[in-house]
Design a protein around this ligand. Structure first.
Ligand code: GLU
Length: 449
């Protein structure tokens, strides 16, 4: 799935996306170096963790926590267990969290963390010891008003309970619930948090369809959907799209995929997964190799696994009319251009998958207020946030297209040797809207001292 000429470094990908947005910000001339400040992470923490494994061996793990930007509030973002965890990956993910929080207008900056390990081979107890040692090593670099972790790849409500417990043991005598979100319901978690990313993604698509922003689609009934990844995001997406009348034709997990042009029985698929540990060999379906799900015939493709899955190599073979990014960074800049030229709409991650952090924000507010909101209230507020963010992105893009000749002129005046400015995609518009919010916050605060 890799193409030798493409750069798969996530931080370079985040930078390429950012650079596409800068010429469209209203103050191209007046940025006074702020563009660089807004892109660079504020703080990078690397920790080395000795952890006693079940067999007594002391394994040395490496962990990171990156705080990208605090112009609009404390850091917010998940942490993951994954073999690919590295400084540049975490920096990129923290950067995207800043844009996401700005876009949905929650009072946080971006952050992200991770421990490099293979979560599929470590035991439950080992995972607990890694989590505790990682959180202890981060010390007061996390906190309810400094940086608030949440779940991400291979971390879940149980992991967040360990985060809370560890932090609480180190800060006795305080209400520490707001130090982490995505906690279990019994421990200050919020209704709706577990399915929030998928719920938010569906709300974005429903709203875009309702306002005519996804032209080939005029409703979800009968729309065919392929989903890469069957974890928290992909699994809930399959259920929610199915319930909304769509036909889920293909899904995959890290072992492989399954395809049925007549639609998969999502409930039975869930039972098959619980029984066998994978979606593969689901009876009555055609088997797909890992990655093939992306090329399955469908109207709507949801990459909901990991980064850099849709590349310049496979983008020409994507058959969907719309790609909705459930994962962070699933599409490379090279693929973005190919999809744009092929008329395939990409609903970008920094809009499509923000439902998780929105409900994380609700959880944080509930914790600070010692309250617990009913599920219906969480659902109503999530819908409001997702619709509003979608409208902002659509309006931003319409505005940029309206003034395109002017932006083009300003660009060629300063960059006469560079290629002409490409028309803004939804990803660029989302970046522009988010960046403008961060810039305005930074400018109204002023540069200290
Ligand atoms: N890890 C999730 C994300 O990438 C959630 C972050 C949060 O809730 O803080 O958006």
């Amino acid at each position: 799935m890799s193409s030798p000429q493409e750069d798969f470094n996530l931080h370079n990908i985040a930078k390429a996306q950012f650079d596409k947005a800068v010429p469209f910000t209203t103050k191209l001339e007046g940025w006074r170096g702020l563009a660089e400040w807004l892109f660079q992470p504020e703080r990078i923490i690397k920790v080395t963790l000795p952890v006693e494994m079940d067999d007594g061996y002391v394994h040395t793990f490496t962990g990171f926590r990156v705080l990208h930007d605090t112009s609009r509030g404390p850091g917010k973002g998940g942490f993951r267990f994954h073999p690919s965890v590295a400084e540049d990956e975490v920096k990129a993910l923290a950067t995207w969290m800043t844009w996401k929080c700005a876009l949905v207008d929650v009072p946080f900056g971006g952050a992200k963390g991770g421990v490099r390990c293979d979560p599929t081979t470590i035991s439950w107890r080992e995972k607990r010891r890694i989590t505790r040692r990682y959180i202890a090593a981060l010390g007061d670099n996390i906190g309810p008003h400094t940086d608030i972790p949440a779940p991400d790849l291979y971390t879940d409500a149980q992991t967040m309970a360990w985060v809370y417990d560890t932090y609480s043991m180190l800060h006795p005598g305080k209400n520490n619930l707001a130090v982490v979100t995505g906690k279990p319901l019994d421990l200050g978690g919020s209704e709706g948090r577990e399915a929030a990313t998928a719920s938010g993604l569906l709300l974005v698509i429903e709203h875009m369809i309702a306002v005519g922003a996804l032209p080939p689609l005029n409703g979800l009934s009968g729309v065919t959907v392929a989903i890469q990844g069957f974890g928290n995001v992909g699994g809930h997406c399959a259920r929610l799209f199915h319930n909304a009348g769509a036909v889920v034709v293909a899904v995959s997990d890290r072992h492989g995929g399954v395809y049925d042009p007549n639609g998969l029985d999502v409930t039975r698929l869930g039972a098959h997964l619980a029984e066998t540990g994978s979606v593969v060999h689901f009876p009555g379906t055609e088997s797909l190799a890992v990655g093939e799900v992306l090329e399955a015939p469908c109207d709507l493709l949801v990459p909901a696994a990991i980064e850099t899955q849709i590349t310049a190599e496979n983008a020409p073979r994507i058959q969907a009319a719309v790609v909705v990014e459930g994962a962070n960074g699933p599409t490379t800049p090279g693929a973005d251009e190919i999809l744009r030229d092929r008329g395939i709409t990409v609903v970008p991650d920094i809009l499509a998958n923000t439902g998780g952090v929105v409900v994380s924000y609700f959880e944080w507010v509930q914790n600070l207020a010692n309250k617990s909101w009913p599920a219906a209230e969480v659902g109503r507020l999530l819908e409001e946030k997702m619709r509003c963010a979608t409208d902002v992105v659509l309006a931003t893009r319409a505005g940029l297209l309206d003034g395109f000749a002017r932006y083009q002129e300003a660009w060629t005046a300063v960059r006469e040797n560079d290629p002409p400015l490409p028309p803004p995609t939804l990803r660029t518009a989302a970046h522009v809207a988010a960046l403008e919010r961060c810039r305005r916050a930074t400018e109204s605060r002023g540069i200290w001292p």
